[in-house]
Design a protein around this ligand. Structure first.
Ligand code: HEC
Ligand code: HEC
Ligand code: HEC
Ligand code: HEC
Ligand code: HEC
Length: 405
């Protein structure tokens, strides 16, 4: 072999090696930002807050505790989908910082990370003496959002409480800690950061984002509207016998709540003017972000079909509203067919002559069936549900009214 040929083969082997490494290397798809790089420090918590458990806050703030208990925040750790997914990814420590963010919720003290991907945590050598497994099971518990530097953050900041209080900068600020995940890395080519709820709000306003995602630039906090939509207003006292105040219900409904998802969608099924096609229009009228939003697992499926007199399908149009990301060898946004706010989408189905009925069905999926099987997740509740169904009988062809038998 000549020297040039040898060099050529060497180069190819190197290339194949790099590619093979890119296909199997350990990977998290986000960058650890300052917002969630550290746990919430609870060492200066006032004694009156005791063990910091939700139940302890609930002894005084009963209604808030009752609401929180019904939410995915309270299940952010015990959620079987999270647990299976986390195990499948070899249990990276970084996941704990959003799913169990208090220092006492983690079995070791987290001192920092060696890498930006969060795959190499620096942990204190000894077990965490303050670790409380019961508190860990509370996931995103009261103190995760409310406790900072020994004070309870609240919207008023001046209530006569037995614990110190301080005013939060803005209620939406609380959400930003965990609901923004940035993706800027050398091997990342995303239009929106992964799970980019906040960036989606900006994209929705500006009529779409192009090019690579950068560090998320937040629009003004007030504009985000997270709390306005996800924590409905209620006039009530904070504690039994306390003054009635303007409060927010601690409900945070999302993909696990069909009623919430239905509220986001406006759909209309019609037959066009000359009766030749069925027309389905879908619009995201209930969110400021995309529909669906959150993890890229979430998606909608759409079917619009024409049926004959015996209910047989003559023809149909199908679609999937999803964000498709290529994860390996590098991370690339392939396409995104979800619904941004304010930009309706229309489906047309030309009607076959024998059609007597048209039908439209839209379903919401928490994750893809293929992914469910791959990670071995066996859910108790279905991973998909219907959010819209409509049926229209077509006007009889030929004009005859067709008398009753
Ligand atoms: C011993 C009873 C008690 C316990 C325990 C307690 N609180 Fe309070 N909290 C109060 C009272 C009383 C107020 C003031 C009510 C008012 O003025 O309407 C208050 C006020 C608040 C406020 C409003 C602060 C503001 O001024 O903006 C928040 C938020 C709050 N508590 C959260 C919590 C959380 C979270 C916990 C647990 C970590 C907790 N509380 C534990 C009694 C308690
Ligand atoms: C400490 C991190 C953290 C903070 C702060 C936080 N969240 Fe979450 N949130 C989560 C996690 C983790 C989940 C997913 C839990 C699961 O499904 O396992 C979640 C889930 C949700 C969901 C989806 C519920 C569903 O049905 O799937 C909504 C909506 C939501 N959060 C809204 C908010 C809003 C609004 C705020 C601000 C007031 C907020 N969150 C603050 C971590 C956080
Ligand atoms: C995911 C974040 C989050 C969690 C978890 C959370 N809260 Fe809140 N809480 C908020 C936000 C944001 C506000 C401010 C709402 C507003 O603008 O009035 C708030 C307000 C309050 C208030 C003041 C009344 C009001 O609605 O404004 C009380 C009391 C309170 N929370 C108690 C609790 C208790 C008790 C728990 C646990 C059982 C808890 N919170 C869990 C985010 C959270
Ligand atoms: C105009 C109302 C509105 C605003 C503003 C809004 N949301 Fe939503 N959000 C919804 C509705 C409706 C849904 C259910 C449909 C969907 O999943 O898109 C939802 C769904 C979600 C989900 C569920 C995703 C999942 O995986 O299950 C999360 C998380 C969420 N929103 C977070 C946020 C955050 C964080 C903000 C602020 C940055 C915000 N939302 C602002 C209305 C809103
Ligand atoms: C920056 C905060 C953050 C980090 C870090 C994080 N998550 Fe989450 N996770 C969230 C939030 C917020 C949600 C809910 C909103 C959504 O659907 O995106 C969520 C939702 C999920 C869900 C969907 C659960 C459901 O309700 O169906 C899974 C599974 C999950 N996370 C797994 C992980 C794993 C595994 C890791 C570590 C590799 C991780 N998360 C790291 C914030 C985080």
């Amino acid at each position: 072999m000549t020297r040039r040929r040898l060099a050529g083969w060497g180069f190819l082997a190197l290339l194949a090696g790099v590619l093979a490494w890119l296909m199997v290397r350990p990977m998290t798809f986000f960058v650890v930002s300052d917002r969630f790089a550290q746990t919430v420090d609870t060492r200066s918590a006032p004694a009156v807050l005791g063990d910091l458990r939700a139940e302890t806050c609930g002894a005084c703030h009963r209604a808030f505790h009752e609401e929180w208990r019904t939410t995915m925040h309270s299940r952010a750790w015990t959620d079987p989908y999270f647990q299976v997914d986390w195990a499948f990814e070899d249990r990276p420590w970084i996941c704990r910082n959003c799913h169990t963010p208090l220092d006492r919720q983690q079995p070791r003290r987290l001192l920092g990370f060696r890498d930006r991907q969060g795959l190499q945590p620096v942990l204190a050598p000894d077990p965490n003496p303050d670790f409380d497994p019961g508190l860990q099971h509370e996931g995103v518990t009261c103190a995760a959002c409310h406790l900072r530097e020994g004070a309870v953050l609240g919207p008023y900041g001046d209530s006569a409480a037995p614990h110190p209080v301080r005013r939060m900068e803005h209620p939406n600020q609380v959400c930003v800690r965990c609901h923004v995940v940035d993706g800027e890395r050398w091997d990342t080519f995303l239009r929106l950061p992964p799970c980019g709820t906040v960036t989606e709000i900006r994209a929705g306003r500006e009529g779409g984002l192009r090019g690579r995602s950068g560090e998320t630039v937040l629009p003004s906090l007030a504009e985000l509207g997270c709390v306005a939509c996800h924590m409905p207003l209620a006039e009530r006292p904070l504690v039994a016998g306390g003054p009635v105040r303007r409060t927010r219900r601690h409900l945070w409904r999302g993909g696990h709540d069909p009623a919430m998802v239905k509220r986001a969608l406006t759909a209309r099924l019609a037959v066009d003017r000359d009766g030749r096609a069925a027309v389905l229009t879908l619009a995201n009228t209930g969110t400021a972000h995309y529909l669906p939003t959150g993890t890229p697992d979430r998606h909608l499926t759409v079917v619009l079909r024409a049926l004959d007199g015996r209910g047989r399908v003559l023809d149909e149009v199908r679609d999937k509203l999803i964000r498709r990301i290529l994860w390996r060898p590098v991370i690339v946004d392939l396409w995104d067919t979800r619904l941004p706010p304010g930009r309706p989408r229309t489906y047309r189905l030309p009607l076959p002559p024998a059609a007597v009925t048209v039908e439209a069905v839209v379903r919401y999926h928490l994750l893809e069936e293929s992914r469910r099987r791959r990670i071995g997740y066996e859910p108790e509740a279905p991973i998909a549900y219907e959010i819209y169904r409509a049926r229209t009988d077509l006007p009889a062809a030929g004009g005859g009214e067709g008398g009753e038998p």
